[in-house]
Design a protein around this ligand. Structure first.
Ligand SMILES: [Zn+2]
Length: 358
C-alpha cells in the first residue's frame, strides 16, 4: 500500500496539472474555469476524454489536434508533467495524509501563479489570497506546516518587508518626487504604518494607518504622510530605537508587521474594487502582486519566507544574466524559492549559519 503512494501522487499531479492548464488559460481572462468544457483553441472542436489524458494524449497525437491537425502548445504536457513530478517528489517527503494534500495544494497554487505571471506579468488576487488563506487555515486547524502565530507573523513580516522594498524602489525610480496617493488606501499608508510601527509598536502603528485609511475613505482625499518623509525617517527610527526603549530588532519587527497588515488588507480591498484608470503611468519598480505572493508564502514558511525571497532574487538574477533578459516576471522565482524552502528552509538556514561559524 505504502509503495502505491508515490504512484498515486504522480497520477493525481498529472490530473491536477491538466486542471491547472485550464486555470492558467482562463483565469486571467476572467472566464469560468468550470464551464464550458475544453475546446481546441484553433478549430473550436470540443475535446473528448481521449484528447484530455494528461501528457499521453499529447504524445499519442504527436502534439497535434485530432480534428484539425493544428499544433498543440507543448506548454500543456509541460504543466501536466511538472505538476505530476512535483507531487511525486512531495510524496517522497510527506507520507499519505492531510499534510501531503496541503503540500500538493501549495505546489498547485504556485505552478498556476508562475505560468500566469510568465504569460501576463500579473499574479491574480484570487490565487495569491487563496494561497495565503489556505496557509493560515492550515496553521490554525492543524498547526501545519507551522503554528498559527508564526504563520500570521510570517505573512505580515514578509508582505511588509517586500512592500517596503517596493516603496524605496519606486521612490528611487521617481527620482524622489512624491508619488500620487491613492484614495482610500495605497502604498502611502503602508509606509506610514512602517514608520509608526517602528516608533510605537505594531498594534498602534497599524491602528493609526487604518485610521488614516478610514479618514481618507470618509473625505475622499488622501489622508497620508508624504513618502518623502516616511521612507527616509524609517531607517532613522530603527537606528534610534534603542534610545526610545526598544531594540533595533523589535522596532524592525513592529515596522514590518504594521506595514504587512496594511499591504495585505489594502490589497484585499483593491481585489474587490477595480482600481480607477491610471491618469499617468508612474514608473514602478515592482508591483504589489509580488508583495502579496511573498505574504502568502510567509503564511506557509514563517520568517523563512525571507530565505525564499533571497533564493528568488538570486535565481532571477542568474536567469536574467543567462537569458540576457532585462524584464523577467519575478513570481516564478519567488515560487521556486518557496518550493525549496518549505521542506529545506530550516536545514538551509542552519547550514548557512554553520558555514559562517555561528
Ligand atoms: Zn483543432
Amino acid at each position: 500500500m505504502r509503495a502505491m503512494w508515490p504512484l498515486f501522487a504522480l497520477v493525481l499531479g498529472l490530473v491536477v496539472g491538466s486542471f491547472l492548464n485550464v486555470v492558467i488559460h482562463r483565469l486571467p481572462k476572467g472566464e469560468s474555469i468550470v464551464f464550458p468544457p475544453s475546446r481546441c483553441p484553433q478549430c473550436g472542436h470540443r475535446l473528448g476524454p481521449l484528447d484530455l489524458v494528461p501528457v499521453l494524449s499529447y504524445l499519442a497525437l504527436r502534439g497535434r489536434c485530432r480534428y484539425c491537425g493544428g499544433r498543440v502548445s507543448p506548454r500543456y504536457p509541460l504543466v501536466e508533467g511538472l505538476t505530476g513530478v512535483a507531487f511525486l517528489l512531495a510524496a517522497l517527503f510527506y507520507g499519505p495524509g492531510l499534510e501531503a494534500l496541503l503540500v500538493f495544494a501549495f505546489l498547485a497554487f504556485l505552478i498556476a501563479l508562475s505560468f500566469i505571471d510568465l504569460d501576463t506579468y500579473e499574479l491574480p488576487d484570487a490565487l495569491t489570497y487563496g494561497l495565503l488563506l489556505l496557509g493560515l487555515l492550515s496553521a490554525y486547524a492543524l498547526a501545519f506546516p507551522l503554528p498559527f502565530r508564526e504563520s500570521l507573523d510570517g505573512a505580515l513580516l514578509a508582505a511588509g518587508g517586500l512592500g517596503l522594498v517596493a516603496g524605496y524602489g519606486n521612490l528611487f525610480l521617481r527620482r524622489f518626487r512624491e508619488g500620487r496617493a491613492e484614495v482610500p488606501v495605497g502604498p502611502h499608508q503602508v509606509h506610514m504604518a512602517a514608520l509608526l510601527g517602528a516608533l510605537l509598536g505594531p498594534g498602534v502603528g497599524m491602528a493609526l494607518a487604518f485610521l488614516a485609511w478610514g479618514l481618507s475613505a470618509r473625505t475622499g482625499r488622501p489622508v497620508v504622510l508624504p513618502d518623502r518623509l516616511t521612507l527616509p525617517l524609517l531607517p532613522l527610527a530603527l537606528l534610534l530605537a534603542p534610545y526610545l526603549g526598544a531594540s533595533f530588532l523589535e522596532a524592525l519587527r513592529g515596522s514590518l508587521l504594521a506595514a504587512g497588515g496594511l499591504a495585505l488588507a489594502g490589497g484585499l480591498y483593491w481585489a474587490f474594487r477595480p482600481a480607477p484608470p491610471e491618469e499617468e503611468e508612474e514608473p514602478v519598480a515592482m508591483g504589489y502582486g509580488d508583495v502579496k505572493l511573498l505574504g502568502a508564502l510567509g503564511a506557509w514558511l514563517g520568517p523563512y519566507a525571507f530565505l525564499a525571497l533571497f533564493l528568488g532574487v538570486f535565481a532571477g538574477a542568474l536567469f536574467g544574466l543567462l537569458l540576457r533578459q532585462r524584464k523577467l516576471p519575478f513570481g516564478p522565482f519567488l515560487a521556486l524559492g518557496g518550493v525549496v524552502v518549505l521542506p529545506f528552509g530550516e536545514a538551509l538556514w542552519t547550514g548557512y549559519l554553520r558555514l559562517l561559524g555561528i
